[in-house]
Design a protein around this ligand. Structure first.
Ligand code: PEP
Ligand code: MG
Length: 889
């Protein structure tokens, strides 16, 4: 049997969302539940994949099926494509499984040509409308299909408006549009080197090709990379009979969200433009009206729209983003999809849908994307700061940001690459600006509403955005904007508050974020579900307190070297490192010991009995020493200016010792437990500090649940030695202090050899903590700093690697070692505690992976703890759901 490449909207056998794409599936669903959806059909994602498999040609059976579907569409509408008297016009839109707003192409009014436009003019008795529709079609088609830059067409229009003194396109007459059409066709000939196709079937198939092609255009590829959408899914194409919002003042078009996508408030939210078509609302060229004013202009349609929105939200059980058109007083629904929303809105909507008994708590926990939460954990403008805004626009996407003003997306990207914080300021944005929006801290536009391109994209990315700030007069040529007589030049610093729409001059103090009540409630629901612990990586009492505030169940990694980095301690640490005799070293260590002990006491007190994994010193010692190059410069200068000085002698001596400690590959050099092996007195001092701190805190009646961790083990004998060292000190201090205490001794698994010999290593370990930062470096043979600086981005962009393995765990390679480590470790000791403390411990896919391996906990930086709590809960719920399905079958 032939493959079904085409589905009519009302076809009885349902196509899956994977085949029809989100838009196609929803159009079919809406048709089924009886909503006023213009009729049409969907070409499947399978056709798109065949298109690519066969070298970008539409498969012949798909072509035949499209022609058959077109016939059915013509029968249903009673119109024919290209008919001179009463032409059928269609829209052709892309629609992938995951919604990718604005990333791929759309063509409207397809079917118009020199003949049918006349029929349409007569039939509607509105030549102005017919010719306007035709020129829009030529413009869109030429842009999307023939790749003629839209700028050429817009320049024509601008010249006409200027010549006639018109403020808006609605003033352009039918005759003038006819002239414009002639000019547009000349533009096509000149730039596309072919004439505009008059045959509607040619128009149709060329457009279908172009929509398939747009699946792989630059912005779609970038969007997929940002949102980790696989490239092999392909897009469907939706062909739908046109309805017109530009038929006069009883027509219009708009976008409605069933709840506010920025704040989550449960109130219909959206915008519309009277006498306008399709993309006018999102394009941001005219600033639209808020939906509430539709009540006055068209009360019946307004009520109908409210009822439809309610129905769609109840049907899909989630906030919907709906596109509608009113044609001569009749409402049509063109599209519905699950609305993109900010993290704040996502949480509020999920919590309220539970309260409204539309979804349950489990579903609410699944509704919020853990990656989005970091939006809420960013800084806000200090509420105590007196606010004197320069001006304000529409609060399109919340959050505050400071940066240099930049007017061009490419320049924004370039500066951001060099570590600059920038704010992109544009009259409006188009999909071609997306890389600039990604690179910027925030975006500001002077035109366009809350559903304009900039607003939608920024909200999707969780970046602050202000739109429609009309008081901003932007002069792109001179790279500056003005607000009345204040002039801001490119490079000047501004601060914006996307939650209020305010813009400020200069930098403004910010404060740390706090978790809202709804956020806390959702996280409590998450914790009720979770079967895996979440801990934090914290090195000092402040981080420990933050970790507890964010709901961590302990510390999974306390990097003790950070306690040595304190400016006041560095000289002592340097003395310790540079000492050439044991006596000198012990002397320095004796001074460091009470300081370390004090740190541990503070952290232990803060953690009040929660587990704390303390890692003994890990990095290469030279990290604590002055930079060799700097020293060399100082020595050379002194040799010229003050050759007999004491300072020169000291610096030369320091330089000699720094050179002695120098390593050709420090990350693989004398670090981790290798330090403890060669200089046991360092680890002994740390162990003493820990045990003295435990007994001191115990004496105050506070429990300490400590786990002492040995880093960078590659052979079991290293652990065996270091374990003995720690146990000896532990027992010695028990005797000295007459305090009894329990503690565990374990190791990081962060070298491939440790993972491969985990059964042996487990004999000496009470727990394993997977250090996937180093494990990724050592498995790939990448040094992270070099890889990220030099070639990793290229690898990801060219799909050599699916993502940065330092961000999302490489499950096929590094993951195999982790899996092996857990399994072999547990084969030796079934109750072996296992966790992860590399950066992957805060990333949702890696968390799912750790959950599937049965790890006891993940550990990540305090600010990622909420994300990890939610991701851990989602992993638990998903596994429960899978079990239920299995039981069912
Ligand atoms: C690791 O290697 O994953 C780890 C947590 O240790 P660090 O990042 O301190 O090397
Ligand atoms: Mg490490």
């Amino acid at each position: 049997m032939d493959k079904n490449f085409v589905f009519m909207f009302d076809q009885p056998e349902k196509g899956s969302k994977e085949l029809l794409g989100g838009k196609g599936a929803n159009l079919a669903e809406m048709t089924r539940i009886g909503l006023p959806v213009p009729y049409g059909f969907t070409i499947t994602t399978a056709a798109c994949n065949s298109y690519y498999d066969t070298g970008q040609v539409i498969p012949p059976e798909a072509e035949l099926q499209v022609l058959k579907a077109l016939k059915l569409l013509e029968e249903k509408t009673g119109k024919k494509l290209g008919d001179a008297a009463d032409p059928l016009l269609v829209s052709v839109r892309s629609g992938a499984v995951h919604s990718m707003p604005g990333m791929m192409d759309t063509v409207l009014n397809l079917g118009l040509n020199d003949e049918s436009v006349q029929g349409m003019a007569e039939l509607t008795n509105n030549p102005r409308f017919a010719y306007d529709s035709y020129r829009r079609f030529i413009q869109m088609f030429s842009d999307v299909v023939l790749h003629v830059d839209n700028f050429h067409f817009e320049r024509q229009l601008e010249e006409l408006r200027e010549e006639k003194g018109y403020d808006s396109d609605t003033e352009i007459t039918a005759e003038e549009w006819q002239q414009v059409i002639g000019n547009f066709k000349d533009i096509v000939k000149k730039h596309a080197k072919r004439s505009f196709p008059e045959d509607p079937k040619d128009q149709l198939f060329l457009t279908i090709n172009a929509v398939f092609d747009s699946w792989n255009n630059q912005r779609a590829v970038l969007y997929r990379r940002l949102h980790q959408i696989p490239g092999h899914l392909g897009t469907a194409v939706n062909i739908q009979s046109m309805v017109f919002g530009n038929m006069g003042n009883d027509s219009g078009t708009g976008v409605a969200f069933t709840r506010n996508p920025s704040t989550g408030e449960s109130k219909l939210y959206g915008e519309y433009l009277m006498n306008a078509q399709g993309e006018d609302v999102v394009a941001g060229i005219r600033t639209p009206q808020p939906i509430a004013s539709l009540q006055k202009e068209m009360p019946t349609v307004h009520q109908q729209l409210i009822d439809t929105c309610q129905l769609l939200e109840n049907h899909y059980k989630d906030m919907q983003d709906i596109e509608f058109t009113v044609e001569r007083g009749n409402l049509f629904i063109l599209q519905t999809r699950t609305g993109k929303r900010t993290a704040q809105a996502a949480i509020k909507i999920a919590v309220e849908l539970v309260k409204e008994e539309i979804i349950d708590k489990q579903e609410a926990v699944l509704r919020v994307d853990p990656d989005q939460l970091n939006q809420l954990l960013h800084h806000r403008i200090d509420p105590d700061h007196k606010r004197t805004p320069l001006t304000s626009g529409l609060p399109a996407s919340p959050g505050a940001a400071t940066g240099q003003v930049i007017f061009d997306a490419d320049e924004a990207e370039e500066l951001a690459k060099n570590g600059k914080r920038v704010i992109l300021v544009r009259p409006e944005t188009t999909p071609d600006d997306i890389h600039g929006i990604v690179a910027s801290q925030a975006t500001v536009t002077s035109r366009g509403g809350m559903t304009s391109h900039a607003a939608v994209v920024a909200r999707g990315m969780g970046k602050a955005c202000i739109c429609g700030c009309e008081s901003l007069k932007i002069h792109l040529n001179s790279k500056q904007f003005s607000v009345e007589d204040v002039v801001i030049k490119q490079g000047d610093t501004i601060t914006i508050d996307g939650s209020t729409g305010e813009i400020f001059l200069g930098e403004i103090p910010m404060i740390e974020p706090q978790l809202s009540d709804e956020f806390q409630l959702l996280l409590r629901w998450a914790d009720e579900q979770t079967k895996m612990g979440v801990r934090a990586n914290a090195d000092n009492p402040q981080d420990a307190a933050k970790a507890l505030e964010f709901g961590a169940g302990g510390i999974g990694l306390c990097r003790t070297e950070h306690m040595f980095m304190d400016a006041g301690r560095i000289p002592l640490v340097q003395d310790m490192i540079l000492s050439e005799t044991n006596q000198e070293r012990n002397h320095a260590l004796d001074k460091l010991l009470p300081m370390q002990q004090q740190d541990f006491e503070e952290i232990f007190k803060t953690m009040q009995g929660y587990p704390i994994t303390v890692r003994l010193l890990d990095p290469p010692l030279h990290e604590f020493l002055p930079d060799k190059e700097d020293l060399l410069v100082d020595v050379t200068k002194l040799q010229i200016t003050d050759p007999s000085s004491k300072e020169l002698n000291e610096k030369q001596e320091l330089l000699r010792k720094v050179r002695l400690l120098e390593e050709s590959n420090p990350m693989l050099g004398h670090r981790g437990c290798r330090l403890g092996m060669i200089h046991p007195e360092i680890y002994e001092m740390q162990a003493k500090a820990i045990f003295h701190a435990i007994s001191a805190v115990n004496k105050k009646g506070i429990q300490v649940n400590s786990e002492i961790m040995i880093p960078l083990v590659s052979h079991v004998n290293e652990l065996k030695n270091m374990r003995q060292l720690v146990v000896n000190i532990g027992e010695q201090i028990k005797e000295e202090t007459e305090e009894d205490y329990n503690y565990l001794i374990g190791t990081m698994i962060e070298t491939p050899r440790a993972a491969l010999t985990a059964d042996r290593i487990a004999q000496e370990a009470d727990f394993f903590s997977f250090g996937t930062n180093d494990l990724t470096q050592t498995t790939f043979g990448f040094s992270r700093d070099d890889a990220e600086g030099k070639f990793l981005q290229h690898y990801v962009e060219n799909e050599v690697l699916p993502s940065n393995p330092f961000v999302s765990l490489d499950q096929d390679g590094v993951g195999k070692l982790v899996e092996n480590g857990v399994k072999m470790g547990r084969a030796t000791k079934p109750a072996l505690k296992t966790g992860i403390c590399g950066e992957h411990g805060g990333e949702k896919k890696s968390i799912q992976f750790c959950f599937d391996l049965g790890m006891d906990y993940v550990s990540c930086s305090p600010f990622r703890v909420p994300t990890a709590r939610l991701a851990a809960a989602q992993a638990t719920i998903r596994s429960k759901q899978k079990e239920q399905v299995l039981q069912y079958n």
